[in-house]
Design a protein around this ligand. Structure first.
Ligand code: PPS
Length: 288
């Protein structure tokens, strides 16, 4: 098995294949946020790449040309990584940027800016499942020993990028701010058209219905699977071993039900409700 290395920054593990202490510390302390920046922020496996496609398509007013010819990492750079930082710094504004950073290590200069953040969340049980398969195919993550152990690590906040609970709690503190918009993977799945309309309103982009329909069509799971600019097929095998799975794996809600035992589900629920107390937000997965 290949040896996997992580960079520690502020007590959180990041894959060293893309991150360095310098890129993380520069992003946190020195990165100059612009008022016209738009940030796509997520905990991993929550719909990050889906949102990069939606945001680029909104920017192109539904025309798919940009999405089909330019890699998503160039359209919406992962600005806290080594390479992403370089492309963010040379990006002609207004910038579209993405990251998995928790709120407390997001650029300090954000606080005094009016830059917009779109925060996408997903049922954490589906996040665990998606992450489990991703860790098997992605060589910059440790191979999971078992689903049981992986779930335990997730609940203990020991996976790369830190605790889901802390990520969500940290970002959701901004929920009443004008420059913050949150949406769930489940809402995108349920009604992408009205989700895109809401996003456009937040971004101040007035797309007509035809343009919105084109965004929806080009950001569908099937269109994205066929687009090499976002389906990860072009990534070198030493980063992602495509024989072990697909980045765009299933694209559904509720796959956790095929993976969790009754005992795992009960443990999960107990910890979830403990950790989410006082947040005062009801997510789609809380209602069942
Ligand atoms: S990463 O590695 O953190 O950037 O991954 P991320 O993009 O956040 O999450 C990957 C999961 O999102 C699913 N996905 C989609 N689902 C439905 N529709 C569309 N268009 C779509 N695009 C991406 C992708 O399939 C991963 O989920 P799973 O459950 O593994 O299929």
């Amino acid at each position: 098995m290949m040896q996997v290395h992580y960079v520690m920054y502020e007590g959180i593990k990041f894959p060293s294949a893309y991150n360095s202490e310098h890129s993380l510390s520069f992003t946190h302390n020195e990165f100059q946020v612009r008022d016209d920046d738009i940030f796509n922020v997520t905990y991993p496996k929550s719909g990050t790449v889906w949102m990069t496609e939606i945001l680029s398509l909104i920017r192109s007013r539904g025309c798919p040309g940009w999405n089909r010819t330019v890699l998503n990492s160039d359209r919406v750079p992962w600005f806290s990584t080594r390479l992403g930082l370089e492309s963010a710094l040379s990006y002609l504004p207004p910038r579209l940027l993405t990251c998995h950073l928790p709120r407390h290590i997001f650029p300090k200069s954000f606080s005094s800016s009016s830059a917009k953040v779109i925060y996408t969340l997903r049922d954490p049980r589906d996040v665990v499942v998606s992450s489990y398969y991703f860790s098997k195919m992605c060589n910059s993550y440790e191979d999971p020993t078992s689903f049981e152990q992986f779930l335990r690590d997730f609940l203990n906040g020991e996976l790369p990028h830190g605790s889901w609970f802390e990520h969500v709690r940290g970002w959701m503190e901004m929920k009443d701010k004008e420059n913050f918009f949150f949406i769930t993977y489940e809402e995108l799945k349920q009604d992408l058209h009205s989700s895109v309309r809401r996003l456009c309103r937040f971004l101040g982009q007035d797309l007509d219905d035809d343009a919105i329909s084109s965004v929806v069509q080009n950001a569908s799971f099937m269109s994205m699977r066929e687009n090499p600019m976002c389906n990860s097929i072009l990534l070198p095998t030493d980063i992602m071993d495509q024989t072990k799975g697909q980045f765009l794996r299933k694209g559904i809600c509720g796959d956790w039900e095929n993976h969790f035992t009754v005992a795992q589900s009960e443990t999960f629920d107990r910890i979830y409700w403990e950790r989410m107390q006082g947040l005062n937000v009801t997510f789609p997965w809380d209602q069942h």
